[in-house]
Design a protein. Structure first.
Length: 337
């Protein structure tokens, strides 16, 4: 089933922060955040074993326990198994995501994109989530940011293993849809160029944002549209950089990004527009984007995201961003022809 036909709304919940991303989040705060999302009407929740070595899934399961299962959609990822053995968290090789989950659980994380590992991964996710099914399974991080020069070999392993296993699970009705969950556009381009298997959509984090969208809008978005598929945009605030945070792409933001943020903010301030509103509404203006899933680690963030989605933004704001060279000419913007 196509991804866009499964998602229950344009705003979803990205659960990476529930895995103690960047900070040690108290249990009650994490659960209260999911409850705030539910109370707001959000019914799509995205998580992954990788987020805190199972912690995000466990917390998500606790927070959603007792909710009617047919009332919400959940996506998780495959490609990494979480073992009962522990390891030195600081010694993990996480590619460009270095110490992002240093406050998560210390369970050993094993990368494995084989068919058998895919089935096992889903089974273990179901246990952590305390549910009988996941709706969408994304193959996680088969890209350069994690595997460097080895990424194509990892992709090939997933092609022979995870892709085929998920294709089968989808056809059997075990999952409704599958695709890639990545921070780079190249794996999506590569998968769409293959004869088979056939994904149902993608989760693309960080590559279709106000701060970084040129490559995606020129290449991958047209390909996805051509296949009549859709994208869920993750990381719409670019790891927080867009909304005044210190990080971009899970690391301290470089000067050129901080400068771009300052230029966009100067225009947004003049129009009285929040940076969250600009970020979310930019991503959703592309017809290929089915939903956006900002991460939240505090209940108050949910109300901010909803307000950002509903804030009225004059077309002149987008025109000004375009004329300042801050939005790619090929990128659709809200309200414009």
């Amino acid at each position: 089933m196509a991804l866009k036909d499964i998602l229950p709304g344009r705003l979803g919940f990205g659960a990476a922060p529930l895995g103690n991303m960047f900070r040690d989040i108290p249990e009650q705060e994490a659960l209260a955040t999911v409850n705030a999302a539910w109370d707001d009407g959000i019914r799509y929740f995205d998580t992954a074993p990788f987020y805190g070595a199972g912690l995000a899934e466990i917390r998500m399961g606790t927070a959603l326990a007792g909710r009617p299962r047919d009332d919400y959609v959940i996506s998780t990822k495959v490609g990494r198994l979480i073992l009962d053995d522990t390891e030195d968290v600081s010694a993990r090789d996480l590619g460009e995501k270095g110490g992002v989950f240093r406050y998560g659980r210390s369970n050993k994380i094993v990368n494995d994109y084989s068919g058998d590992a895919t089935l096992r991964s889903i089974e273990e996710s179901l246990k952590r989530l305390g549910t009988d099914r996941v709706d969408i399974a994304f193959v996680h991080d088969v890209a350069q940011d994690f595997y460097g020069d080895e990424w194509l070999a990892v992709f090939e392993s997933a092609r022979k293993g995870a892709f085929r296993a998920l294709d089968r699970l989808r056809d059997e009705g075990v999952v409704k849809a599958w695709g890639l969950g990545v921070n780079r556009v190249e794996p999506i381009e590569l998968l769409l160029a293959l004869e088979g298997p056939r994904p149902d959509g993608f989760l693309l984090a960080g590559r279709y944002t106000l701060l970084d969208h040129a490559r995606a809008v020129q290449r991958v978005m047209p390909m996805v549209a051509e296949h009549e598929l859709a994208i869920v945009v993750g990381g719409p605030y670019s790891s927080g950089a867009l909304v005044g945070g210190p990080n971009f792409e899970y690391a301290p933001a470089p000067p050129e990004i901080l400068n771009k943020v300052a230029r966009i903010k100067a225009i947004a301030d003049r129009y009285g527009i929040s940076m969250k509103a600009a970020g979310l509404q930019f991503a959703l203006a592309n017809p290929v984007v089915a939903a956006v899933i900002p991460g939240a680690s505090r209940p108050s963030r949910i109300a901010e995201d909803r307000a950002a989605l509903e804030q009225s933004i004059p077309v002149d704001f987008w025109r000004e961003l375009r004329s300042a060279g801050l939005v790619n000419p090929a990128a659709p913007v809200p309200g414009a022809d």
